[in-house]
Ligand binder design. Structure first.
Ligand SMILES: Nc1ncnc2c1ncn2[C@@H]1O[C@H](COP(=O)(O)OP(=O)(O)OP(=O)(O)O)[C@@H](O)[C@H]1O
Ligand SMILES: [Mg+2]
Length: 391
């Protein structure tokens, strides 16, 4: 993730408009071949020369202005660009008519302007229209056959070349944006993982700390030695929580079903809930083992926090190609409406869905609560949750 460059809209629209203008104006060098060389001399009065010079500069300005007002690499054409393109087209037609056949090369720039400005699906048609315009102007103004062929060919090839360049540049910009998007999604996914991990880890250990603190307080008067033992336990749990949080943040934490089942016995016992654990079948693949470890942790934390149960059952078994975890209790679920503000079961649902499985949770018909997690034993590799790689 860190190897990906962060998305930067400034970079995406580079080169900047002034750099674009400089590069584009280099193409104007061809204007000097014909029209510019006829501005002065050729029997023109000073006034006529000035008018021609102003005409030439206005054409160059409208052409460069187009490239400045409209970023060709976005594929979007602004309203002012349409207006300036219209002005460039009118000048490309008017000047050769007014100043003669030496100016018939102007539609070449119109072709380039169309290629660089119009929406990509219209740009090709703009180049062809400019080529047709060059042909018509050359014919109408009596240009020689060689000049007609050369200018028509130039309008078409230069226009298409610029269109191909622009298209590839737009693709590069889109690719860069897509890469930025991938980096953002990866960062979001990682944030979600850390949020889920912290929720599950801290929800569980803090519940255990609360329970043990209550026990320690109750025993303080009657049995100081046991009370101190509980306080020592609290210290150990708190230290473990610290280590877990560090692992969650660095992405190295991997839950383990056997450890979580063992841990659950201790937590439920501390809450005076009698637990029966039933496991059958071969051990689960690592990724599923870790997933069920998380589910046990959340299910047991919920029993301690919400159920007021006396007994609980945790069962892990296989149904064909599906692994099933069932956690039930005989508590008071259903007597009061369940809270909808929690994240635990929702986060668990997201984790399990990434492995192609399902989560069902709710009050049982005969009282108490049931949490059932089903997941395919051969989980699809492409949907592994981030931070919990199958090993
Ligand atoms: N074993 C259970 N017995 C009774 N009610 C339960 C049990 N498990 C879950 N619930 C109900 O389902 C709700 C949603 O549980 P969930 O784990 O999603 O959230 P939470 O435990 O309230 O908060 P969080 O897990 O985010 O700290 C709970 O608030 C509770 O009302
Ligand atoms: Mg919960």
């Amino acid at each position: 993730m860190t190897s990906l460059m962060p998305f930067d809209p400034e970079r995406a629209s580079s080169p900047t408009r002034w750099r674009r203008a400089v590069w584009t104006s280099l193409g104007l060098v061809y204007l000097f071949v014909w029209p510019a060389s006829t501005v002065f001399g050729h029997g023109h009065s000073t006034g006529e020369s000035v008018v021609r010079l102003v005409a030439l500069l206005s054409y160059a300005a409208s052409y460069i202005g187009l490239i400045i007002v409209n970023n060709p690499w976005t594929g979007i054409t602004t309203r002012s660009a349409y207006v300036m393109l219209g002005v460039t087209a009118v000048l490309a037609i008017a000047y050769p008519i007014v100043f003669g056949a030496n100016w018939v090369g102007l539609p070449i720039y119109l072709g380039v302007a169309c290629a660089m400005t119009l929406p990509p699906r219209w740009a090709g048609r703009g180049v062809i229209a400019s080529t047709a315009l060059t042909f018509v102007m050359c014919t109408a103004l009596g240009a020689e056959g060689g000049t007609l062929a050369l200018l028509t060919f130039e309008t078409l090839t230069v226009g298409l070349l610029m269109l191909a360049f622009r298209t590839s540049r737009i693709l590069v910009v889109e690719l860069r944006e897509a890469r930025g998007e991938v980096a953002r999604l990866a960062a979001n996914e990682e944030r979600l993982r850390i949020a889920r991990d912290l929720h599950d880890l801290l929800g569980h250990t803090l519940s255990l700390i609360v329970l043990k603190s209550e026990v320690a307080t109750r025993l303080a008067d009657r049995d100081v030695a046991r009370s101190i033992a509980e306080v020592n336990d609290i210290e150990a749990v708190a230290r473990q929580a610290l280590a877990d949080v560090r692992e969650a943040i660095s992405g190295y934490n991997q839950r383990n079903l056997t450890d979580e089942l063992e841990n659950s016995r201790g937590v439920l016992a501390a809450a005076d809930i009698e637990v029966t654990v039933k496991t059958s079948g071969a051990p689960l693949p690592d990724q599923l083992d870790g997933l069920f470890g998380w589910a046990v942790r959340e299910g047991v934390t919920n029993i301690v926090r919400h159920s007021r149960a006396r007994t609980a059952t945790i069962s892990v078994h296989r149904q064909g190609a599906t692994a099933v975890l069932d956690i039930t209790d005989d508590g008071t679920a259903g007597e009061e409406p369940a809270s909808t503000s929690g994240n635990g079961l929702r986060g668990l649902g997201e984790r399990v869905a990434l492995s192609g499985g399902t989560v069902e949770a709710g009050p049982r018909a005969d009282g108490g609560f049931r949490l059932t997690v089903r997941a395919p034993i051969a989980a699809p590799a492409s949907r592994e949750p981030a931070g919990e790689p199958a090993s």
